[in-house]
Design a protein around this ligand. Structure first.
Ligand SMILES: NC(=O)c1ccc[n+]([C@@H]2O[C@H](COP(=O)([O-])OP(=O)(O)OC[C@H]3O[C@@H](n4cnc5c(N)ncnc54)[C@H](OP(=O)(O)O)[C@@H]3O)[C@@H](O)[C@H]2O)c1
Length: 283
């Protein structure tokens, strides 16, 4: 039995789809059973919350491998509860969705520190582990969708700083392999896309895919932070702005060949991602 947490989220729902396609028995942990998550004949749902260790014990019972996807850097106890319940239940393998920034010596923002600590906790648990360390998700550009739809404009900071963003579906495909194949224990997989693109280049690709001219407007760091504060608590907005700043020094432009090696095919391009998600950007 394989447990998927974060199963309604960006990566987790594709992981469930991939496991179902491979005829694996899957348990999904969701906090709200009304939220859509992938389903299938061998998918069972357990309702629980990372804040509630009792519910997690039920979710972990009889599980061989679990995918840990947590999303709140202000709640490190969520990560601690998951690892402790896995240890008590005798789970043999933890696959953790982490972040590539943990390897950057200059990265010391709240989110990166949280991910490093979560990895450390898993290492200390004695359970076999695999860390998936993706670069920024291509899907983050969905935050541009509204202004693209309504005004034909992308507003973003750091216009010409490149990022080797990765398609979250590729991250999910790597997670499926780590959960189902031997040989990923004690591996930390760096997962990047096949090209490092700047926001201006991403806007050009979106324009071509949409078949209409989109405008790019560079915004200041202050305006970016203001935007982030409308969506996240201040400490997380600050961490995201710090992360964006690191793009300026080229820290996020490196391309890694792990994904094509693992998947046996090229990693998806931003053009592919934009083509598959063009409905979100259409007026
Ligand atoms: N975005 C990026 O560029 C990027 C890059 C590298 C690494 N990462 C890492 O990726 C992870 C996030 O993955 P994602 O984007 O796939 O997730 P996501 O889309 O943000 O979804 C979060 C998932 O976690 C569930 N969840 C949140 N709080 C919960 C709780 N208290 N109890 C139970 N479930 C809870 C959510 O369930 P509900 O449906 O109930 O909300 C949802 O399924 C983070 O660790 C992040 O640091 C992201």
């Amino acid at each position: 039995m394989i447990l998927v947490t974060g199963a309604t989220g960006t990566v987790g729902r594709h992981v469930v789809t991939g496991l179902v396609a491979g005829s694996h028995a899957v348990r999904v942990l969701v906090r709200d059973p009304k939220r859509p998550s992938a389903s299938g004949p061998r998918v069972r749902t357990v309702v629980g919350d990372f804040a509630d260790p009792a519910g997690l014990a039920e979710a972990m019972a009889g599980v061989r491998a679990a995918l840990l996807i947590t999303a709140d850097p202000l709640r490190p106890e969520h990560d601690a509860h998951l690892v402790e319940s896995a240890r008590v239940a005798g789970v043999r393998h933890l696959v953790k969705l982490s972040a590539l920034a943990v390897t950057e010596p200059g990265a010391d923002d709240l989110i990166t520190r949280w991910q490093r600590e979560a990895e450390e906790r898993i290492r200390a648990s004695g359970i076999a582990w695999t860390f998936l360390r993706p670069r920024s998700f291509m899907s983050n550009t969905l935050s541009w969708a509204r202004s693209v739809r309504e005004e034909g404009v992308v507003r973003a900071p750091h216009a010409t700083a490149a990022n080797a963003t990765v398609d979250p579906r590729d991250v999910a495909d790597a997670a499926v392999l780590a959960l189902t194949e031997p040989g990923h224990e004690r591996c930390a997989h760096a997962l990047t896309g096949p090209e490092a693109l700047t926001p201006v280049q991403q806007t050009e690709i979106l324009s071509e895919v949409q078949g209409r001219a989109l405008r790019f407007e560079e915004i200041s760091r202050e305006d970016h932070l203001r935007q982030l504060c409308t969506r996240y608590p201040r400490p997380i907005a600050d961490a995201l702005a710090e992360g964006a700043d690191r793009q300026l020094s080229g820290a996020k432009a490196h391309r890694d060949d792990t994904l094509p090696r693992l998947l046996g095919r090229p990693a998806r391009t931003y053009r592919q991602w934009a083509t598959d998600h063009q409905a979100a950007f259409r007026p």
